[in-house]
Design a protein around this ligand. Structure first.
Ligand SMILES: [Fe+2]
Length: 599
Protein backbone atom coordinates (compact mmCIF):
# COMPACT_ATOMS: atom_id res chain seq x y z
CA UNK A 1 0.00 0.00 0.00
CA UNK A 2 1.64 3.25 -1.04
CA UNK A 3 1.90 5.61 1.88
CA UNK A 4 0.12 8.28 -0.10
CA UNK A 5 -3.07 6.30 -0.01
CA UNK A 6 -2.71 4.97 3.50
CA UNK A 7 -4.03 7.95 5.40
CA UNK A 8 -7.40 7.83 7.05
CA UNK A 9 -9.68 10.44 8.41
CA UNK A 10 -12.74 9.88 10.57
CA UNK A 11 -13.95 10.43 14.06
CA UNK A 12 -12.79 8.88 17.30
CA UNK A 13 -13.93 5.24 17.28
CA UNK A 14 -16.49 4.25 19.90
CA UNK A 15 -14.69 1.08 21.01
CA UNK A 16 -11.06 0.26 21.73
CA UNK A 17 -9.08 -1.41 18.95
CA UNK A 18 -8.47 -5.14 18.76
CA UNK A 19 -5.14 -6.28 20.15
CA UNK A 20 -2.91 -8.83 18.49
CA UNK A 21 -4.24 -12.28 19.21
CA UNK A 22 -7.76 -10.99 19.13
CA UNK A 23 -8.34 -10.14 22.80
CA UNK A 24 -10.06 -6.92 23.62
CA UNK A 25 -9.03 -4.85 26.54
CA UNK A 26 -9.54 -1.21 27.37
CA UNK A 27 -6.90 1.20 26.16
CA UNK A 28 -6.89 3.81 28.85
CA UNK A 29 -3.94 6.04 29.66
CA UNK A 30 -3.23 4.03 32.79
CA UNK A 31 -3.42 0.56 31.26
CA UNK A 32 0.05 -0.51 30.15
CA UNK A 33 0.31 -2.97 27.28
CA UNK A 34 -0.70 -6.05 29.19
CA UNK A 35 0.51 -8.64 26.74
CA UNK A 36 3.80 -10.37 27.21
CA UNK A 37 6.25 -10.12 24.35
CA UNK A 38 5.78 -13.81 23.68
CA UNK A 39 2.05 -13.27 23.30
CA UNK A 40 2.59 -10.33 20.99
CA UNK A 41 4.93 -12.31 18.77
CA UNK A 42 2.75 -15.40 18.73
CA UNK A 43 -0.39 -13.37 18.20
CA UNK A 44 1.21 -11.66 15.25
CA UNK A 45 1.57 -15.00 13.53
CA UNK A 46 5.21 -15.77 14.28
CA UNK A 47 6.87 -18.44 16.31
CA UNK A 48 8.23 -17.45 19.69
CA UNK A 49 11.88 -18.37 19.12
CA UNK A 50 13.09 -14.88 19.72
CA UNK A 51 11.02 -14.53 22.83
CA UNK A 52 13.48 -16.90 24.43
CA UNK A 53 16.38 -14.51 23.92
CA UNK A 54 16.88 -12.04 26.72
CA UNK A 55 18.37 -8.60 26.78
CA UNK A 56 19.33 -6.83 29.99
CA UNK A 57 16.47 -4.38 29.59
CA UNK A 58 13.91 -7.05 28.88
CA UNK A 59 15.01 -9.02 31.90
CA UNK A 60 14.19 -5.97 33.94
CA UNK A 61 10.73 -5.51 32.42
CA UNK A 62 7.90 -6.88 34.48
CA UNK A 63 4.19 -6.60 34.77
CA UNK A 64 3.23 -3.29 36.24
CA UNK A 65 0.03 -2.19 37.86
CA UNK A 66 -1.37 1.25 38.31
CA UNK A 67 -1.98 2.33 41.87
CA UNK A 68 -5.67 2.81 42.39
CA UNK A 69 -6.65 6.34 43.21
CA UNK A 70 -3.30 7.97 42.49
CA UNK A 71 -1.24 8.90 39.47
CA UNK A 72 0.90 6.04 38.26
CA UNK A 73 4.50 7.17 37.83
CA UNK A 74 5.78 3.73 36.83
CA UNK A 75 8.41 4.18 34.08
CA UNK A 76 7.71 2.61 30.69
CA UNK A 77 8.86 3.22 27.09
CA UNK A 78 12.41 3.64 28.44
CA UNK A 79 14.95 4.54 25.77
CA UNK A 80 18.39 6.08 25.35
CA UNK A 81 19.79 8.69 22.98
CA UNK A 82 23.30 10.09 22.67
CA UNK A 83 24.11 13.38 24.30
CA UNK A 84 26.19 16.01 22.45
CA UNK A 85 29.26 13.88 23.22
CA UNK A 86 28.46 10.15 22.89
CA UNK A 87 31.77 9.21 24.53
CA UNK A 88 30.77 10.82 27.81
CA UNK A 89 26.99 11.08 27.97
CA UNK A 90 23.57 9.68 27.17
CA UNK A 91 20.03 10.85 27.78
CA UNK A 92 17.58 8.47 29.45
CA UNK A 93 13.97 9.15 28.40
CA UNK A 94 10.74 7.47 29.39
CA UNK A 95 7.02 7.94 29.92
CA UNK A 96 4.63 7.03 32.69
CA UNK A 97 0.86 6.41 32.64
CA UNK A 98 0.26 9.29 35.07
CA UNK A 99 2.32 12.18 36.41
CA UNK A 100 5.46 10.89 38.10
CA UNK A 101 6.57 12.32 41.43
CA UNK A 102 10.33 12.94 41.61
CA UNK A 103 11.17 11.04 38.40
CA UNK A 104 14.85 10.17 38.42
CA UNK A 105 17.70 8.01 37.15
CA UNK A 106 20.09 6.27 39.48
CA UNK A 107 23.54 5.44 38.11
CA UNK A 108 26.20 4.30 40.55
CA UNK A 109 25.96 6.59 43.55
CA UNK A 110 24.46 9.43 41.49
CA UNK A 111 20.79 10.34 41.41
CA UNK A 112 19.86 12.49 38.42
CA UNK A 113 16.48 14.26 38.46
CA UNK A 114 14.51 14.07 35.22
CA UNK A 115 12.99 17.00 33.38
CA UNK A 116 9.27 16.52 32.68
CA UNK A 117 8.00 17.28 29.19
CA UNK A 118 4.24 16.62 29.23
CA UNK A 119 1.88 17.46 26.41
CA UNK A 120 -1.77 17.03 25.56
CA UNK A 121 -2.57 15.30 22.29
CA UNK A 122 -4.37 17.70 19.99
CA UNK A 123 -6.81 15.13 18.65
CA UNK A 124 -7.92 12.90 21.50
CA UNK A 125 -7.02 15.24 24.37
CA UNK A 126 -4.99 12.68 26.31
CA UNK A 127 -2.19 14.09 28.48
CA UNK A 128 1.10 12.25 27.99
CA UNK A 129 3.81 12.30 30.66
CA UNK A 130 7.40 12.05 29.43
CA UNK A 131 10.71 12.50 31.30
CA UNK A 132 14.31 13.08 30.32
CA UNK A 133 17.47 12.74 32.41
CA UNK A 134 20.84 13.84 31.04
CA UNK A 135 23.60 11.54 32.24
CA UNK A 136 27.01 13.14 31.66
CA UNK A 137 30.52 12.80 32.99
CA UNK A 138 30.89 9.17 31.88
CA UNK A 139 34.03 7.39 30.73
CA UNK A 140 34.44 6.55 27.01
CA UNK A 141 33.91 2.96 25.96
CA UNK A 142 32.57 1.96 29.38
CA UNK A 143 29.53 -0.06 30.44
CA UNK A 144 27.13 1.39 33.00
CA UNK A 145 24.07 0.08 34.80
CA UNK A 146 21.21 2.44 35.58
CA UNK A 147 17.76 2.39 37.11
CA UNK A 148 14.70 4.55 36.40
CA UNK A 149 12.14 5.27 39.09
CA UNK A 150 9.83 7.79 40.79
CA UNK A 151 8.17 8.13 44.18
CA UNK A 152 4.96 6.71 42.68
CA UNK A 153 6.69 3.92 40.74
CA UNK A 154 4.65 0.77 41.40
CA UNK A 155 7.92 -1.17 41.10
CA UNK A 156 9.91 1.15 43.36
CA UNK A 157 11.29 -1.76 45.39
CA UNK A 158 12.85 -3.17 42.23
CA UNK A 159 12.73 -0.47 39.57
CA UNK A 160 13.36 -0.81 35.87
CA UNK A 161 17.07 -1.23 35.20
CA UNK A 162 19.33 -1.84 32.23
CA UNK A 163 22.93 -1.37 31.08
CA UNK A 164 24.48 0.60 28.23
CA UNK A 165 27.89 1.34 26.74
CA UNK A 166 29.33 4.77 25.95
CA UNK A 167 31.01 5.46 22.61
CA UNK A 168 34.76 4.93 22.26
CA UNK A 169 37.11 7.90 22.22
CA UNK A 170 39.17 8.68 19.12
CA UNK A 171 39.60 6.52 16.02
CA UNK A 172 38.11 3.18 17.02
CA UNK A 173 36.19 0.30 15.53
CA UNK A 174 32.47 0.12 16.29
CA UNK A 175 29.23 -1.30 14.94
CA UNK A 176 25.89 0.35 14.32
CA UNK A 177 22.67 -0.87 12.73
CA UNK A 178 19.85 0.82 10.86
CA UNK A 179 16.33 0.57 9.48
CA UNK A 180 13.32 2.85 9.32
CA UNK A 181 9.56 2.47 9.19
CA UNK A 182 9.20 0.29 12.27
CA UNK A 183 5.53 0.63 13.39
CA UNK A 184 4.39 -1.46 16.38
CA UNK A 185 3.48 -5.13 16.94
CA UNK A 186 -0.11 -4.18 17.80
CA UNK A 187 -1.94 -5.04 14.58
CA UNK A 188 -4.97 -3.04 15.71
CA UNK A 189 -3.15 0.03 14.41
CA UNK A 190 -3.00 1.03 10.77
CA UNK A 191 0.32 -0.11 9.24
CA UNK A 192 1.42 -2.04 12.38
CA UNK A 193 2.61 -5.65 12.06
CA UNK A 194 4.22 -8.40 14.12
CA UNK A 195 7.56 -8.10 12.31
CA UNK A 196 8.10 -4.91 14.27
CA UNK A 197 8.85 -6.96 17.42
CA UNK A 198 11.27 -9.24 15.56
CA UNK A 199 12.99 -6.20 14.10
CA UNK A 200 13.71 -4.87 17.59
CA UNK A 201 15.00 -8.29 18.61
CA UNK A 202 17.23 -8.32 15.52
CA UNK A 203 18.95 -5.13 16.69
CA UNK A 204 19.74 -6.87 19.98
CA UNK A 205 21.06 -9.93 18.14
CA UNK A 206 23.71 -7.82 16.41
CA UNK A 207 24.66 -5.91 19.60
CA UNK A 208 25.47 -2.60 17.93
CA UNK A 209 26.81 0.38 19.83
CA UNK A 210 23.67 2.19 18.68
CA UNK A 211 20.86 2.04 16.14
CA UNK A 212 19.69 4.57 13.55
CA UNK A 213 15.89 4.64 13.16
CA UNK A 214 15.24 6.36 9.84
CA UNK A 215 11.86 8.00 10.38
CA UNK A 216 8.21 6.89 10.26
CA UNK A 217 8.57 5.50 13.74
CA UNK A 218 5.03 4.27 14.47
CA UNK A 219 2.49 5.85 12.08
CA UNK A 220 0.46 7.41 14.86
CA UNK A 221 -0.83 9.97 12.36
CA UNK A 222 -2.58 7.16 10.45
CA UNK A 223 -4.43 6.40 13.70
CA UNK A 224 -5.33 9.99 14.53
CA UNK A 225 -7.85 9.28 17.27
CA UNK A 226 -5.38 7.15 19.23
CA UNK A 227 -1.97 8.73 18.68
CA UNK A 228 -0.72 8.45 22.31
CA UNK A 229 -1.68 4.76 22.38
CA UNK A 230 0.24 4.03 19.18
CA UNK A 231 3.31 5.84 20.49
CA UNK A 232 3.01 3.87 23.69
CA UNK A 233 2.99 0.50 21.92
CA UNK A 234 5.95 1.68 19.84
CA UNK A 235 7.88 2.79 22.93
CA UNK A 236 7.22 -0.39 24.86
CA UNK A 237 8.22 -2.53 21.89
CA UNK A 238 11.44 -0.54 21.38
CA UNK A 239 12.38 -0.60 25.03
CA UNK A 240 13.66 -4.15 24.57
CA UNK A 241 16.63 -2.67 22.72
CA UNK A 242 16.51 1.10 23.11
CA UNK A 243 16.92 0.96 26.90
CA UNK A 244 20.25 -0.80 26.39
CA UNK A 245 21.74 1.18 23.49
CA UNK A 246 20.84 4.55 21.97
CA UNK A 247 18.31 4.57 19.17
CA UNK A 248 18.82 7.77 17.17
CA UNK A 249 15.74 8.75 15.17
CA UNK A 250 14.93 11.20 12.41
CA UNK A 251 11.61 12.71 11.44
CA UNK A 252 9.50 11.20 8.67
CA UNK A 253 6.22 12.16 7.07
CA UNK A 254 4.30 10.09 9.61
CA UNK A 255 5.66 12.09 12.55
CA UNK A 256 3.62 15.06 11.26
CA UNK A 257 0.37 15.13 13.29
CA UNK A 258 -2.59 17.51 13.18
CA UNK A 259 -2.88 19.92 16.12
CA UNK A 260 0.44 18.81 17.64
CA UNK A 261 2.73 21.79 17.20
CA UNK A 262 3.72 24.06 14.30
CA UNK A 263 5.04 21.16 12.21
CA UNK A 264 3.04 18.46 13.99
CA UNK A 265 6.14 17.09 15.76
CA UNK A 266 5.04 17.42 19.41
CA UNK A 267 4.61 13.65 20.00
CA UNK A 268 8.15 13.04 18.68
CA UNK A 269 9.80 16.01 20.37
CA UNK A 270 8.24 15.17 23.73
CA UNK A 271 9.76 11.69 23.60
CA UNK A 272 13.26 12.41 22.32
CA UNK A 273 16.12 14.51 23.59
CA UNK A 274 18.61 14.86 20.75
CA UNK A 275 21.91 16.69 20.26
CA UNK A 276 21.48 20.47 20.11
CA UNK A 277 21.64 21.93 16.58
CA UNK A 278 21.76 25.51 17.99
CA UNK A 279 19.23 26.73 15.43
CA UNK A 280 16.67 28.84 17.33
CA UNK A 281 13.12 27.59 16.88
CA UNK A 282 14.11 24.33 15.22
CA UNK A 283 15.86 22.38 17.97
CA UNK A 284 16.05 18.58 17.65
CA UNK A 285 14.41 18.53 14.21
CA UNK A 286 17.87 17.85 12.79
CA UNK A 287 21.22 17.28 14.50
CA UNK A 288 24.68 15.74 14.26
CA UNK A 289 26.99 13.72 16.49
CA UNK A 290 30.48 12.26 16.28
CA UNK A 291 31.57 8.72 17.06
CA UNK A 292 35.15 7.72 16.37
CA UNK A 293 36.07 8.91 12.87
CA UNK A 294 32.43 9.18 11.72
CA UNK A 295 30.29 12.32 11.63
CA UNK A 296 26.60 11.33 11.69
CA UNK A 297 24.21 13.94 10.29
CA UNK A 298 20.47 13.44 10.86
CA UNK A 299 18.11 15.50 8.69
CA UNK A 300 14.40 16.17 8.40
CA UNK A 301 13.60 15.78 4.70
CA UNK A 302 9.98 16.83 5.33
CA UNK A 303 11.46 20.32 5.00
CA UNK A 304 12.60 19.87 1.38
CA UNK A 305 10.56 17.13 -0.34
CA UNK A 306 7.86 17.99 -2.88
CA UNK A 307 5.65 15.02 -2.01
CA UNK A 308 2.72 15.57 0.31
CA UNK A 309 2.57 12.44 2.45
CA UNK A 310 1.98 13.62 6.02
CA UNK A 311 -1.25 13.87 8.04
CA UNK A 312 -4.25 13.80 5.72
CA UNK A 313 -8.03 13.58 6.05
CA UNK A 314 -9.24 11.60 3.05
CA UNK A 315 -12.95 11.93 3.87
CA UNK A 316 -15.81 11.50 3.47
CA UNK A 317 -15.97 12.13 7.23
CA UNK A 318 -14.17 15.04 8.83
CA UNK A 319 -11.61 14.31 11.56
CA UNK A 320 -13.33 15.48 14.74
CA UNK A 321 -11.11 16.00 17.80
CA UNK A 322 -12.37 15.14 21.27
CA UNK A 323 -14.69 17.87 22.60
CA UNK A 324 -12.34 18.74 25.46
CA UNK A 325 -9.61 19.86 23.06
CA UNK A 326 -11.69 22.79 21.82
CA UNK A 327 -10.35 22.13 18.35
CA UNK A 328 -12.53 22.39 15.27
CA UNK A 329 -13.10 19.43 12.96
CA UNK A 330 -10.58 19.00 10.14
CA UNK A 331 -12.36 18.83 6.85
CA UNK A 332 -11.92 16.17 4.13
CA UNK A 333 -9.14 16.99 1.70
CA UNK A 334 -6.98 18.69 4.35
CA UNK A 335 -3.30 17.70 4.41
CA UNK A 336 -0.55 19.03 6.67
CA UNK A 337 2.08 20.04 4.12
CA UNK A 338 5.24 21.46 5.69
CA UNK A 339 7.73 21.72 2.82
CA UNK A 340 9.96 24.74 3.43
CA UNK A 341 9.08 25.09 7.10
CA UNK A 342 12.61 26.05 8.17
CA UNK A 343 12.85 28.65 5.39
CA UNK A 344 16.32 27.43 4.46
CA UNK A 345 17.69 27.23 8.01
CA UNK A 346 18.20 23.46 7.81
CA UNK A 347 20.13 23.60 4.55
CA UNK A 348 22.33 26.43 5.90
CA UNK A 349 23.02 24.36 9.01
CA UNK A 350 23.76 21.32 6.83
CA UNK A 351 26.33 23.19 4.77
CA UNK A 352 28.05 24.55 7.90
CA UNK A 353 28.06 21.08 9.47
CA UNK A 354 29.38 19.29 6.38
CA UNK A 355 32.04 21.93 5.76
CA UNK A 356 33.30 21.70 9.33
CA UNK A 357 33.24 17.90 9.18
CA UNK A 358 35.28 17.67 5.98
CA UNK A 359 37.76 20.23 7.30
CA UNK A 360 38.32 18.13 10.43
CA UNK A 361 41.30 15.77 10.07
CA UNK A 362 39.85 13.42 12.66
CA UNK A 363 36.72 12.83 10.54
CA UNK A 364 36.97 10.19 7.81
CA UNK A 365 33.33 9.41 7.18
CA UNK A 366 30.19 11.49 6.86
CA UNK A 367 26.99 9.45 7.09
CA UNK A 368 23.60 11.09 6.59
CA UNK A 369 20.33 9.79 7.99
CA UNK A 370 17.00 11.01 6.63
CA UNK A 371 13.61 9.52 5.90
CA UNK A 372 12.57 10.28 2.33
CA UNK A 373 14.61 9.17 -0.66
CA UNK A 374 16.70 10.85 -3.35
CA UNK A 375 17.23 7.51 -5.12
CA UNK A 376 14.52 4.88 -4.75
CA UNK A 377 12.95 2.87 -7.56
CA UNK A 378 10.20 1.15 -5.59
CA UNK A 379 7.18 0.74 -7.87
CA UNK A 380 4.67 0.15 -5.09
CA UNK A 381 6.19 2.81 -2.84
CA UNK A 382 6.81 6.51 -3.17
CA UNK A 383 9.99 6.63 -5.26
CA UNK A 384 12.49 9.50 -5.42
CA UNK A 385 12.03 13.21 -4.71
CA UNK A 386 13.51 16.08 -6.69
CA UNK A 387 13.40 18.33 -3.61
CA UNK A 388 16.22 16.39 -1.93
CA UNK A 389 18.18 16.31 -5.19
CA UNK A 390 17.91 20.08 -5.58
CA UNK A 391 18.58 21.10 -1.99
CA UNK A 392 21.01 18.58 -0.57
CA UNK A 393 22.68 16.36 -3.20
CA UNK A 394 24.97 19.20 -4.39
CA UNK A 395 26.13 19.58 -0.77
CA UNK A 396 26.64 15.83 -0.45
CA UNK A 397 28.82 16.04 -3.57
CA UNK A 398 30.79 19.09 -2.44
CA UNK A 399 31.62 17.64 0.97
CA UNK A 400 31.92 14.00 -0.09
CA UNK A 401 29.15 12.51 2.00
CA UNK A 402 29.91 8.79 1.96
CA UNK A 403 26.60 7.19 2.73
CA UNK A 404 22.94 8.23 2.93
CA UNK A 405 20.55 6.04 4.92
CA UNK A 406 16.83 6.45 4.27
CA UNK A 407 13.50 4.77 4.92
CA UNK A 408 10.08 5.67 3.49
CA UNK A 409 9.89 2.90 0.87
CA UNK A 410 9.45 -0.38 2.75
CA UNK A 411 12.18 -2.32 1.01
CA UNK A 412 15.95 -2.52 0.49
CA UNK A 413 17.72 -0.81 -2.37
CA UNK A 414 21.36 0.22 -2.82
CA UNK A 415 22.68 2.74 -5.30
CA UNK A 416 26.04 2.81 -7.02
CA UNK A 417 28.20 5.68 -5.79
CA UNK A 418 26.70 8.81 -7.37
CA UNK A 419 28.09 12.27 -8.00
CA UNK A 420 26.58 15.07 -10.03
CA UNK A 421 23.39 14.81 -12.06
CA UNK A 422 22.31 13.80 -15.56
CA UNK A 423 20.16 16.56 -17.06
CA UNK A 424 16.83 15.99 -18.81
CA UNK A 425 16.77 12.26 -18.06
CA UNK A 426 13.17 12.16 -16.82
CA UNK A 427 9.77 12.09 -18.45
CA UNK A 428 6.49 13.48 -17.24
CA UNK A 429 4.09 10.59 -16.61
CA UNK A 430 1.02 12.41 -17.92
CA UNK A 431 2.47 13.73 -21.19
CA UNK A 432 5.75 11.94 -21.84
CA UNK A 433 7.46 15.33 -22.03
CA UNK A 434 11.13 15.54 -21.07
CA UNK A 435 11.70 16.66 -17.48
CA UNK A 436 14.91 17.43 -15.65
CA UNK A 437 14.77 15.13 -12.62
CA UNK A 438 18.46 15.81 -11.79
CA UNK A 439 19.04 12.09 -12.05
CA UNK A 440 21.97 11.10 -9.80
CA UNK A 441 24.96 10.20 -11.96
CA UNK A 442 26.65 6.88 -11.08
CA UNK A 443 30.45 7.13 -11.06
CA UNK A 444 30.56 3.40 -11.81
CA UNK A 445 28.00 0.79 -12.81
CA UNK A 446 30.25 -2.14 -11.98
CA UNK A 447 28.90 -3.83 -8.90
CA UNK A 448 32.33 -4.75 -7.56
CA UNK A 449 31.35 -5.01 -3.90
CA UNK A 450 33.98 -2.41 -2.91
CA UNK A 451 33.19 1.27 -3.43
CA UNK A 452 35.42 4.29 -2.90
CA UNK A 453 32.98 6.79 -1.46
CA UNK A 454 35.44 9.66 -1.81
CA UNK A 455 34.36 9.41 -5.47
CA UNK A 456 30.59 9.20 -4.94
CA UNK A 457 27.83 8.84 -2.36
CA UNK A 458 26.07 5.49 -1.81
CA UNK A 459 22.36 5.71 -1.01
CA UNK A 460 20.64 2.90 0.90
CA UNK A 461 16.88 2.57 1.23
CA UNK A 462 16.14 0.85 4.53
CA UNK A 463 12.41 1.29 5.04
CA UNK A 464 12.42 -2.38 5.96
CA UNK A 465 11.63 -2.20 9.70
CA UNK A 466 8.25 -3.69 10.48
CA UNK A 467 5.17 -2.20 8.81
CA UNK A 468 2.42 -4.36 7.31
CA UNK A 469 2.99 -2.83 3.86
CA UNK A 470 6.12 -4.19 2.16
CA UNK A 471 6.94 -2.14 -0.94
CA UNK A 472 9.52 -4.49 -2.43
CA UNK A 473 8.39 -4.36 -6.02
CA UNK A 474 10.54 -2.18 -8.20
CA UNK A 475 10.05 -0.28 -11.42
CA UNK A 476 11.31 -1.61 -14.75
CA UNK A 477 11.31 -0.07 -18.18
CA UNK A 478 11.07 -2.98 -20.58
CA UNK A 479 10.93 -0.63 -23.57
CA UNK A 480 14.61 0.15 -23.10
CA UNK A 481 17.19 -2.19 -24.55
CA UNK A 482 19.94 -0.40 -22.71
CA UNK A 483 19.93 2.36 -20.16
CA UNK A 484 23.08 3.77 -21.77
CA UNK A 485 22.62 5.24 -25.25
CA UNK A 486 24.83 3.34 -27.67
CA UNK A 487 26.11 1.21 -24.83
CA UNK A 488 26.05 -2.52 -24.18
CA UNK A 489 22.88 -4.37 -23.14
CA UNK A 490 22.18 -3.98 -19.45
CA UNK A 491 23.16 -6.59 -16.90
CA UNK A 492 19.59 -6.55 -15.66
CA UNK A 493 16.52 -4.95 -17.21
CA UNK A 494 16.88 -1.23 -16.59
CA UNK A 495 15.18 -0.11 -13.48
CA UNK A 496 12.70 2.69 -13.61
CA UNK A 497 12.16 5.12 -10.75
CA UNK A 498 9.21 7.34 -10.04
CA UNK A 499 10.20 10.89 -9.15
CA UNK A 500 8.18 13.61 -7.46
CA UNK A 501 8.99 16.90 -9.14
CA UNK A 502 6.03 18.80 -7.69
CA UNK A 503 3.59 18.67 -4.82
CA UNK A 504 0.84 16.04 -5.00
CA UNK A 505 -1.69 18.00 -2.98
CA UNK A 506 -5.06 16.28 -2.33
CA UNK A 507 -7.56 16.24 -5.16
CA UNK A 508 -11.23 15.28 -5.08
CA UNK A 509 -11.90 11.77 -6.36
CA UNK A 510 -15.01 10.58 -8.18
CA UNK A 511 -16.47 9.67 -4.77
CA UNK A 512 -18.13 12.67 -3.14
CA UNK A 513 -16.08 14.20 -0.32
CA UNK A 514 -13.24 11.69 -0.73
CA UNK A 515 -9.82 13.03 -1.60
CA UNK A 516 -6.60 11.35 -2.76
CA UNK A 517 -3.01 12.28 -3.36
CA UNK A 518 -1.64 11.00 -6.65
CA UNK A 519 1.62 9.13 -7.22
CA UNK A 520 4.84 10.74 -8.42
CA UNK A 521 4.50 12.81 -11.58
CA UNK A 522 7.71 11.74 -13.39
CA UNK A 523 9.80 8.66 -14.19
CA UNK A 524 13.45 8.09 -15.11
CA UNK A 525 15.67 5.13 -15.94
CA UNK A 526 17.25 4.28 -12.59
CA UNK A 527 20.77 3.74 -13.90
CA UNK A 528 22.02 4.57 -10.39
CA UNK A 529 20.29 1.51 -8.90
CA UNK A 530 22.75 -1.29 -8.08
CA UNK A 531 20.80 -3.83 -6.00
CA UNK A 532 17.17 -4.33 -5.03
CA UNK A 533 15.72 -6.98 -2.72
CA UNK A 534 12.62 -8.43 -4.37
CA UNK A 535 12.22 -11.30 -1.91
CA UNK A 536 11.11 -9.37 1.17
CA UNK A 537 10.40 -5.89 2.41
CA UNK A 538 12.01 -6.54 5.82
CA UNK A 539 15.60 -6.41 6.97
CA UNK A 540 18.31 -4.72 8.99
CA UNK A 541 21.61 -3.23 7.84
CA UNK A 542 24.70 -3.80 9.98
CA UNK A 543 27.71 -1.47 9.66
CA UNK A 544 31.17 -2.31 10.98
CA UNK A 545 33.44 0.72 10.99
CA UNK A 546 37.15 -0.09 10.68
CA UNK A 547 39.24 3.06 11.22
CA UNK A 548 42.22 1.49 9.44
CA UNK A 549 45.77 1.17 10.65
CA UNK A 550 47.68 3.81 12.57
CA UNK A 551 49.80 4.89 9.61
CA UNK A 552 49.00 8.24 7.98
CA UNK A 553 47.51 8.06 4.49
CA UNK A 554 46.04 4.61 5.07
CA UNK A 555 42.59 3.44 4.12
CA UNK A 556 39.50 3.34 6.28
CA UNK A 557 36.62 0.98 5.54
CA UNK A 558 33.08 0.15 6.54
CA UNK A 559 31.76 -3.35 6.03
CA UNK A 560 28.02 -3.27 5.34
CA UNK A 561 25.90 -6.41 5.58
CA UNK A 562 22.19 -6.37 4.92
CA UNK A 563 20.22 -9.16 6.59
CA UNK A 564 16.68 -9.78 5.42
CA UNK A 565 13.64 -11.61 6.76
CA UNK A 566 12.57 -13.80 3.85
CA UNK A 567 8.94 -14.81 4.02
CA UNK A 568 7.86 -11.95 6.25
CA UNK A 569 5.86 -10.12 3.57
CA UNK A 570 2.13 -10.48 4.34
CA UNK A 571 1.85 -10.64 0.56
CA UNK A 572 4.91 -10.17 -1.65
CA UNK A 573 3.88 -7.43 -4.07
CA UNK A 574 5.85 -8.93 -6.94
CA UNK A 575 4.93 -12.62 -6.64
CA UNK A 576 1.73 -12.61 -4.60
CA UNK A 577 3.26 -15.16 -2.21
CA UNK A 578 1.81 -14.89 1.28
CA UNK A 579 3.99 -14.89 4.37
CA UNK A 580 4.05 -14.08 8.07
CA UNK A 581 6.34 -12.41 10.60
CA UNK A 582 9.58 -14.33 11.11
CA UNK A 583 12.49 -14.09 13.54
CA UNK A 584 14.93 -15.37 10.91
CA UNK A 585 17.18 -12.70 9.47
CA UNK A 586 19.66 -14.11 6.94
CA UNK A 587 22.36 -12.40 4.89
CA UNK A 588 21.23 -10.72 1.68
CA UNK A 589 24.47 -9.04 0.66
CA UNK A 590 27.77 -7.69 1.96
CA UNK A 591 29.81 -4.87 0.47
CA UNK A 592 32.57 -2.55 1.61
CA UNK A 593 32.94 1.19 1.53
CA UNK A 594 36.50 2.49 1.48
CA UNK A 595 38.09 5.92 1.46
CA UNK A 596 41.51 7.37 2.22
CA UNK A 597 41.94 8.38 5.83
CA UNK A 598 41.71 12.14 6.17
CA UNK A 599 44.74 12.60 8.41
FE1 LIG B 1 7.44 7.67 4.99
Amino acid sequence: MPENSASRGGTIPPSPPLRPGGNRSPRTPSAPLAMSRRQVLAGAGGTSLLAATTSPAKAATRGRRARAGSADGTPEQVHLTWSENPATGVVVSWASPGQARRPRVRIGQRVIPAEPRPYTDGINGETVWTYHARVGGLRPGATYAYAVTADNDSNSADPFSATFRTAPHGRAAFRFTSFGDLATPNTAWVLSYGQSAYAVEAVETFEPLFHLLNGDLCYANLNPAAQPGVWRDFGNNNQTSAASRPWMPCLGNHEVEFYNGPQGFTSYLARYTLPDNRVPGFGERWYSFRIGSVLFVSLDADDVVYQDAAAFVTGPAALTPAPGTGRPAIQPGTSFYIRGYSNGAQTEWLERTLAAGRADETVDWIIVQMHQCAASSSATGNGSDLGIRQEWLPLFDRYQVDLVLCGHDHDYERSFPVRGADADAGREVATGAVLNTLRPHPVTTTDSGVFDTSQGTVHLILGCGGTDAPLDEYGTDTADSSPFPGGPPPRIPPGQAKVFTRADRPALTSTPDVYARVAADAVEDAIWSARRDTSTGYGIAVFDVDPGGSEAGGQASIKVTHYHAVGADPVNPGTGVKGAPTPDYTEFETFRLVRPRSS
